[in-house]
Design a protein around this ligand. Structure first.
Ligand code: IMP
Length: 429
């Protein structure tokens, strides 16, 4: 069996949706293993644009999608997304979608806490998506979360809601935010149950069966390594582990089943929300990258911060994330720039580093050390082979490979599925 795990190698929004969609054509199952509806995947298929947040991208290819136990699920958001994609012509039924019985639910109070805390942080805010992701994961490790399987047990729901409300209403009162009533939440959850429970099962069993029968599994990561709660730019991170290792924990499949790990990285760099971004550009080039790359958040619509490719950071993401090959996306956005810069390390308080140290003040003080590389004037857009690329673009990719110490396995040259150059088939291992 040759499986593939796809994760982001920067701060998210690298174009994972397109790559997963492309790979899904050769997979049997597509599995989400972390994150929630903070993720936003845009898939362009012909004249249809699908915006997915919770549903595995493989659904667009008619492949079985699995929402693993590591995902936090807002039932209202899930049902709205299912209705939206069905109205666009996709088939979503228990034949095409399965949800882990032990996945965690996001309730409206999680979003309320998320937003109230961000407001209280003022200038020190993390810039979360406000969707309740962090508070839901907090409840999981605090052992008071409501899980998908609880929808089938009204007594368990009632008991858990008492504990949840005791905790969260105390917090909400302290933050000066409106509190929640038990009965309304209870009724709401019971109303979701008949629509959600038909999708629910122990997905680990299906995945084990897939492993034994040699089916191909594609693990679809959300967010990215630099937003990982352990390895990212903490505390400006999301609340789950985004590294490849979590595909195992977040699905119930063995670590040995992850297969080839692909990291997705843009040919430049973007970030939404607050936090360190050493190679960020505040000039016309930064604005140009944002305009050409249409850098607005899929989920929140916020403009993304833009900057040069940070090879030191991607190299670090490759090492901690377990990445074996990179998919470089959006190289066409760099077309026509006479000269390009790549960050190869940092200067922090007079000292040079070839990685981003963990301490918050050190990260905030990191100044990029740049290498300058010649740009190209011809277009790379839609190229389908290396031979169609300008020589300087190939040189840029080769230099990036040296700096990040990993191969560029795939190159994405446009939003269409077929605007992709494959150097090596990740399913071949
Ligand atoms: P949260 O995941 O909503 O708690 O947000 C925490 C941080 O992760 C914020 O900086 C968000 O902007 C960022 N973030 C969360 N999801 C995504 C994503 O899908 N793409 C890019 N950034 C994200």
């Amino acid at each position: 069996m040759a499986n593939v795990t796809v994760i982001g190698a920067q701060w998210g929004d690298e174009g994972k949706g397109k790559v997963v969609d492309w790979l899904a054509s050769r997979a049997d199952l597509v599995v989400r293993f972390q994150g929630g509806h903070n993720a936003g995947h845009t898939l362009v298929v012909g004249n249809q644009t699908y915006k997915l947040s919770l549903l595995p991208s493989g659904l667009v290819r008619g492949k079985m999608g699995i929402i693993g136990n590591g995902v936090v699920i807002d039932p209202e958001a899930l049902l709205a997304e299912i209705d939206r994609v069905i109205s666009q012509g996709l088939k979503v039924s228990p034949e095409t979608l399965r949800i882990a019985e032990n996945a965690i639910l996001i309730l409206p109070l999680h979003g309320a806490i998320d937003r109230a805390r961000e407001a209280a942080r003022g200038d020190a805010k993390i810039g979360t998506t406000g969707r309740g992701i962090g508070p839901a994961y907090e409840d999981k490790v605090a052992r008071r979360a409501i899980r998908v399987c609880d929808l089938a047990e009204p007594e368990t729901l009632s008991f858990k809601l008492d504990e949840l409300l005791l905790h969260h209403n105390t917090l909400l009162k302290g933050l000066g935010a409106p509190t929640f009533e038990k009965q309304a939440l209870f009724d709401q959850l019971l109303a979701y149950a008949p629509r959600i429970l038909p999708f629910v099962e122990p997905v680990w069993e299906r995945l084990d069966e897939a492993r034994r029968s040699g089916k191909r599994v594609l693990f679809e990561g959300a967010q990215a390594v630099m937003l990982d709660v352990d390895h990212g730019t903490y505390p400006f991170v999301t609340s789950s582990n985004t590294v490849a290792a979590n595909a195992s924990i977040g699905s119930g499949m063995a670590p040995s089943a992850l297969g080839f790990v692909l990291g997705i990285a843009k040919a430049y760099c973007t970030r939404v929300g607050s936090g360190p971004f050493p190679s960020e550009l505040h000039d016309d080039i930064g604005r140009l990258l944002g305009e050409r790359g249409r850098e607005f958040g899929t989920v929140t619509g916020r403009p993304r911060r833009c900057g040069w490719f940070d090879a030191a950071m991607v190299r670090q993401a490759i090492k901690v994330g377990g990445i074996q090959g990179i998919v470089m996306t959006k190289i066409d956005v760099l077309d026509g720039l006479p000269e390009l810069k790549v960050c190869v390390g940092y200067r922090i308080n007079g000292q040079e580093y070839n990685y981003l140290p963990a301490a918050m003040r050190a990260q905030a003080a990191a100044e990029p050390i740049y290498e300058t590389i010649a740009g190209w004037s011809a277009s790379t857009k839609g190229a389908r082979s290396y031979a169609e690329l300008p020589a300087e673009a190939v040189k840029y990719i080769r230099r990036v490979e040296e700096l990040i110490e990993a191969p560029v396995t795939l190159l994405s040259t446009g939003p269409e599925r077929d605007d992709t150059i494959m150097m090596r088939d990740p399913f071949e291992g």
